[in-house]
Design a protein around this ligand. Sequence first.
Ligand code: PEP
Ligand code: MG
Length: 539
Amino acid sequence: MEIYKGTATFPGIAIGRILIYQRNEYQIRQYLTSDVKKELEDFHTARQQVQKLLRQLYEQNSSIQESRARVFLEQAKLLDPGSFQRAVEGIISSEKVNAAYAVMTTRDELVNTFRNLEEPAIRERIDHIREISNRLIEVLGGISPKIDLGEEPVILVSESLAPTEMMEMGKEKLLAVVTHQGSIVSHTSIMAKTMGIPSMVDVEISQDWDGEEAILDGYTGTLYLHPDSELRKEYAIRQKADMKEQEELLKLKDQNDCTADGRKVGLYANTGSLDDLNSVLFYGAAGIGLLRSEFQYLGRENYPRENELFLAYKKIGETMGDRPVVIRTADLGADKQADYLDIPDEVNPIMGNRGIRLCLDRRRMFKAQLRAIYRASAYGNLSMMYPMITSEEEIDEIEQIIREVKEGLTEKNIPFKNIRTGIMIETPAAVMISRELAKRVDFLSIGTNDLTQYTLAMDRQNPLLRNKYNDHHPAILRMVQMVVEAGHRENCRVCICGELAADTALTETFLRMGVDALSVVPACILPVRKAIRETDLSK
Ligand code: PEP
Ligand code: MG
């Protein structure tokens, strides 16, 4: 038996055979052609075929995860007439080579040129180019581009994996996913979490594992290769217990969120799109504690119009009924980019023009969102909060814009409510002035993801810092305590909406600190509810 350790990204136990998945990086034969026209036509046909396939994939997946399925549309868009197409056609015409070879050359040149750039938006674009190129090469080589994992579900092992590839594979074929690359917050891990598939990253993989029996323990981040019969028996029992535990957890769906000694805690859901609403209701969340409203701004060609925003917020408000919905105003910039936003290159985008700074720079965009939120407030229990706040002056500016928005709506007799407002505490500056900030709003919500990276001065997405990135650092815990005390002195409720809120090892600590509410991804509602109900603060 061999044991491999990695980083667990979604818990669960899988027992089955490994399938080593390799993206089809074919060795393409280069040949000179006397018929350039035919190669250009072949390329044109392949582009159309791949675009059609990508649009079909979007249709198939959009009902499950619209925002993530939109990646297929982004990739299809890259195949429209444009720089990629011109580059490939240029190579075919000038070098008189076959189309597949020209696509491969274009792909490799782009990948090599940008390989060392850490900028997430560029990396994502390069991943897209790689994927569409591979699909084109497959079509041009006459090979079916469909991913075929065989009949039986497998433990999929791969050097890296794109979220789109995972969607194409489908949940029912995947027992678990193991990759070498990726991190807890990479898009593929979030995809696995959303699909509920046990997974781990950071495993040194070997091609020889293909077809071997294995056990994946997604709690400890351990992969057992050729498990002996004892271990197999043990994990079969644990897997059964695991399923039983899931069934038990489901019994908590309709239970309240009170500690054993009767203190009521708010347990809310974090959502990033309209598609998540069903699971928010299914798991019985008390409401939405963080609606990452960026979803409507990304993966598109232009700013969303006010009415489009309004209709989405209205739908969310109506679907959630009396349950509160906290809309976080657009947190764009840094790793959330779109071409039309035209954000100039920054040396250090994580420290750059992002979140509320960008909104205050782009008044029209911000005002349109605020108007949409206020208009929708008539249809649900909405409130809003602002990301990346560092000063009271920012709140002054926001309040001025809100006054203008309300005046505009009143003039036109458009109904709205005076909704509750909140501030995200996710910079050390906001922690230090949390008492002053608390005087200005109704609630504070601690974003531990950014707060940790800014406090430790460690990029939350940098895989090299994985072992040093300690989100249980005493500095973070002390900051949470400070914010709770400051908030409560000003009668402000304090919530945690960063990933740490779902860490059940800290539930009791947070509740003892006096945290009023926790907001977590829908799949974590029940485990956190269980932890809350098992906590006895009187002891
Ligand atoms: C956070 O920073 O903790 C947070 C909730 O915001 P996001 O993860 O969207 O940056
Ligand atoms: Mg944040």
